[in-house]
Design a protein around this ligand. Structure first.
Ligand code: ZN
Length: 493
């Protein structure tokens, strides 16, 4: 689902925690008196979302950069004060009142670059500081769990108790983080091989500011003995840098030698990521690496081979809509758009890679991502085409509304038609047409770009099919076919 308002409104919407999460909680925004406190440096990291669940006494916060919270417990009335150094709120003080033993939550700018969150208990109640648990889902996302507040006896009331550091450091992956053990250039296969001791995930993109290809690996830390590989004369790579970007992310920056093209990335095993450093040799036409489609919905098309990549550098940016605190459309049985489109998008990217196209994802996991960086990623990687994948919604009382819609703006018409036709043919979804629209990601991208609404999560037919992993695989297959067919045709022009 796409919010069809002005860009600024879309961004605003994406950064709001959904108010329905605060059910039964009245909240108010105090504007007066704090305006001078919120002046912020332009590039500062922000508090993106927060959500207090009163039934579990649990606060969840997301920031757009890594943060190490600091906390203290203050008495009269008892309140937990959480400071987020380096984080700017960028908005007026927020004050949410609650009924129960937790009485209110306030969020404000403590100083120029510290956001402060205060969770205040009802009078007479207190917390055991050692039982307050900070859990880092990532270094940008923290869950703060409070013990059940207890009525304080007058003798145990602390004036100020610093929350034990150990309860702040309990990052779940701290001990379980993968260590990058080696980064080596394998001369015989022209591959850069990044090996870890535990499963890892990666994202990659061209980093124009560093003139390097950036591979980010997480959750991971640099191993003790890992070294940047020695690159002799004639090496296809002129420079490799390894950096610990933040607590859980390692960046590998790769500068190709002149005349060398970087090829596709692969993950042959969960602990190994490879980057082809020369263009892959041409695969013979008889090679049948096309995956067999699980064609439970349209058996007649099961064995049509997937088109291969045209020659030349082709980069496809796949953009799964929504993510993180923004579920997108929510439909039948709580079916969430963000989940469906991520699964489909990951599969589209993998299928394209297998066919020799460099496919990149704006997000490869469940994370919050604004519209602007999605466009930036496409521009920075100089993508050939941009394909945003969404699912549609209308009221749950309209289960009869089902079908595929594909949107384009200006140069994306041909791409939209080709994808649309393939999806209709290979999935049998109902046809709701190719349409022109001024969506942000379509307007702001300079390459042909489309937005595919794969079906309605509120539709009787679509919801049951989109809940089925086999159908999502089939949808991904059809979208990948459409993209490849378009690229082949475009290459022939
Ligand atoms: Zn959407």
């Amino acid at each position: 689902m796409v919010v069809k308002f002005f860009d600024s409104l879309i961004r605003w919407y994406q950064h709001q925690p959904s108010t329905h999460r605060f059910n039964q909680v009245a909240y108010s925004v105090l504007l007066a008196g704090f305006a001078g406190l919120i002046a912020a440096p332009a590039k500062a990291a922000r508090l993106e979302s927060w959500q207090f669940n009163p039934s579990q006494n649990q606060l969840e916060i997301t920031t757009d950069a890594g943060v190490q919270p600091k906390a203290q417990l203050v008495a009269d009335p008892t309140r937990l004060v959480i400071d987020l150094p380096g984080i700017v709120l960028g908005r007026p003080v927020i004050n949410e009142s609650m009924s129960g033993t937790v009485r209110s939550m306030r969020i404000g700018q403590f100083d120029r670059d510290t956001t402060r969150i205060v969770i205040e208990l009802a009078p007479g109640y207190t917390l055991e500081p050692s039982q307050i648990k900070f859990r880092g889902i990532t270094d940008r996302r923290w869950v703060i769990k409070l013990p059940t507040p207890k009525l304080a006896s007058s003798s145990t009331k602390p004036a100020i108790a610093v929350v034990p550091q150990s309860s702040l450091d309990s990052r779940p992956n701290e001990s379980g983080l993968a260590a990058i053990e080696s980064v080596e250039l394998n001369g015989s296969s022209d591959q850069l091989m990044i090996q870890a001791n535990k499963p890892i995930r990666y994202t990659s993109r061209w980093d124009r500011s560093l003139a390097a290809y950036r591979i980010e690996i997480s959750p991971a830390q640099l191993g003790n003995s890992v070294k940047e590989p020695e690159l002799g004369a004639g090496s296809p790579i002129s420079r490799i840098k390894l950096r610990q970007e933040n607590a859980q992310t390692v960046a590998v920056l790769v500068q190709p030698a002149s005349g060398i093209q970087l090829g596709q990335m692969n993950q042959p095993s969960q602990r190994l990521v490879t980057l082809q450093v020369q263009r892959p040799r041409v695969v013979p036409a008889t090679n049948t690496t096309s995956p067999r489609v699980m064609s439970v919905f349209n058996p007649a098309v099961a064995n049509i081979p997937m088109p291969r990549s045209p020659n030349g550098r082709v980069v496809v940016m796949i953009d799964p809509g929504h993510g993180g605190p923004d579920p997108g459309a929510v439909g039948v049985n709580g079916l969430q758009e963000k989940v469906i489109v991520l699964d489909i998008s990951n599969q589209v990217a993998a299928l394209l890679q297998r066919q020799g196209v460099q496919a990149l994802l704006t997000r490869a996991d469940d994370r919050d991502l604004d519209l602007e960086p999605r466009v930036q990623m496409a521009e920075q990687s100089n993508a050939t085409v941009f394909v945003s994948i969404h699912a549609n919604a209308i009221s749950l009382s309209r289960p009869e509304v089902n079908g595929l819609e594909t949107y384009y703006h200006e140069s994306g018409l041909g791409l939209a038609q080709t994808i649309h036709q393939n999806v209709l043919q290979f999935t049998g979804v109902r046809d709701r047409g190719v349409r022109k629209a001024r969506f942000y990601v379509l307007r702001k991208t300079s390459m042909p770009s489309v937005l595919v609404e794969v079906g309605f999560v509120t539709g009787r037919d679509d919801a049951s099919r989109l809940s089925n992993p086999a159908y999502r695989t089939q949808m991904a297959d059809a979208i990948a076919r459409g993209i490849l067919q378009y690229l082949q045709r475009a290459a022939r022009l």
